[in-house]
Write a protein that binds this ligand. Structure first.
Ligand SMILES: [Zn+2]
Length: 80
């Protein structure tokens, strides 16, 4: 372990399994106790979740409109 002079203290990031400067990290309460995790990985997870949720919404919207169009197609066309 080496540290640059004047560089902030580092902590072990349980997500990356690497040390990062504490200024770029957040302390997280886990079942195992307090752990350090970098903001970047937290943000990435958050964005990943948001993207997954957005994708899930998109898929359910698609399924809904597909079901609607299928329902429309299955209805007899009545012309007068
Ligand atoms: Zn990290």
């Amino acid at each position: 372990m080496y540290e640059f002079p004047g560089m902030a203290e580092t902590a072990f990031c349980y997500h990356c399994r690497q040390h990062h400067p504490k200024s770029e990290m957040r302390q997280i309460e886990t079942k195992a106790g307090k752990r350090w995790r970098c903001i970047r990985s937290i943000e990435a997870t958050r964005q990943g979740q948001a993207a997954r949720e957005a994708y899930g919404r998109q898929v359910s919207e698609m399924n809904k409109s597909e079901a609607q169009s299928r329902a429309r197609l299955s209805k007899p066309i009545v012309t007068t």
